[in-house]
Design a protein around this ligand. Structure first.
Ligand SMILES: Cc1cc2nc3c(=O)[nH]c(=O)nc-3n(C[C@H](O)[C@H](O)[C@H](O)COP(=O)(O)OP(=O)(O)OC[C@H]3O[C@@H](n4cnc5c(N)ncnc54)[C@H](O)[C@@H]3O)c2cc1C
Ligand code: FES
Length: 268
């Protein structure tokens, strides 16, 4: 699989509005659903990009990260948190969804070193799955830290293990793996890493950026209007000035975000 820089993806970037058909929509863990769709995935350039799903009766589309994209199939992992995702969880095989694809810059795989650490929290594990596949195809060694509140919420662990990557689990209540947060799990890693990618709650990503002494990338989440750069509703502050999460991101480097100088305690 060829690797592309974010800039190349932006240049390639074409947005598509397509009808997708639901192949499967199943609950993986309480309130966490895996949605498999068939349709035209050609506008999706790679991991870290997202789609915007139109739901009947809802004015705004719902942004969801691309978890996997292979052979005309699109896989999304989503948590039911409100009316839109609840509506989505009730949809059945064979029903159709109008989806905008090709959104966001995506992770820059070419920026990483040879030994890569992926750190996901909650639904933030979703985009890291396709990213792991891309990094492995590019010959990188990958280790993954996945953080959840408790054992029953763990998602995609087996899927990551099936890729052949080392997986470390943390749970806040200690019901599986390392007790505590992903940062506690990072302290237990024995393999070195020279680059990281992270996705999850903002507070988690900031802590990961502050702990890991290497450069890395974080995928941000913001409320969105248009989802493709027109409304400026998703603007965040970066060291380079205000940036739109939907069009300039959602992936930003640790340096762009100014999230923590290198600190003691990592395994670089
Ligand atoms: C780039 C990006 C990627 C995302 N990827 C995933 C993913 O892979 N899996 C997943 O479960 N969730 C993901 N989210 C969060 C997901 O968009 C929200 O959980 C979802 O929109 C909630 O919709 P709702 O109608 O159920 O909730 P409501 O609270 O009823 O939604 C009301 C409005 O607020 C917006 N909203 C609510 N929560 C969020 C949020 N956290 N982020 C952005 N908008 C929000 C909704 O889109 C909607 O417009 C992502 C968000 C962004 C910005
Ligand atoms: S959501 Fe409209 S510019 Fe980002």
């Amino acid at each position: 699989m060829p690797t592309r820089t974010s800039l190349e993806r932006k240049k390639m970037g074409k947005l598509k509005k397509e009808i997708f058909t639901i192949e499967a929509n199943r609950e993986l863990a309480p309130s966490s659903w895996l949605l498999t769709l068939s349709g035209d995935t050609s506008a999706i350039a790679g991991s870290g990009q997202f789609v915007q799903i139109a739901l009947p009766g809802k004015y705004l589309r719902r942004p969801i990260s691309v978890c996997d994209r292979e052979g005309g199939k699109l896989t999304l992992l989503y948590k039911v948190v409100g009316a839109g995702t609840d509506q989505l969880s009730k949809m059945k095989t064979g029903e159709c969804l109008e989806i905008l694809t090709g959104l966001g810059n995506g992770f820059d795989v070419s920026a990483s070193g040879m030994n890569v650490l992926l750190v996901g929290g909650g639904m933030g594990v979703a985009p890291l799955y396709l990213l792991a596949k891309e990094l492995l195809s590019a010959g990188r060694k990958v280790q993954v830290v996945l953080g959840f509140n408790k054992d029953s919420e763990i998602c995609l662990e087996e899927e990551f293990r099936a890729l052949g990557v080392a997986v470390t689990i943390s749970t806040a209540d200690g019901s599986r793996g390392v007790k505590g947060f992903v940062t506690d799990a990072i302290h237990t890693l024995s393999e070195p890493y020279d680059y990281f990618y992270t996705c999850g709650p903002m507070v988690m990503m900031k802590a990961v950026c502050a702990l890991c002494p290497t450069e890395g990338q974080a995928s941000l989440e913001e409320r969105m209007g248009c989802g493709f750069g027109i409304c400026y509703g998703c603007t965040v502050a970066t060291v380079e000035g205000p940036r739109r999460v939907c069009a300039d991101g959602p992936v930003f480097t640790k340096a762009q975000l100014g999230w923590g100088a290198p600190q003691e305690g990592g395994k670089a």
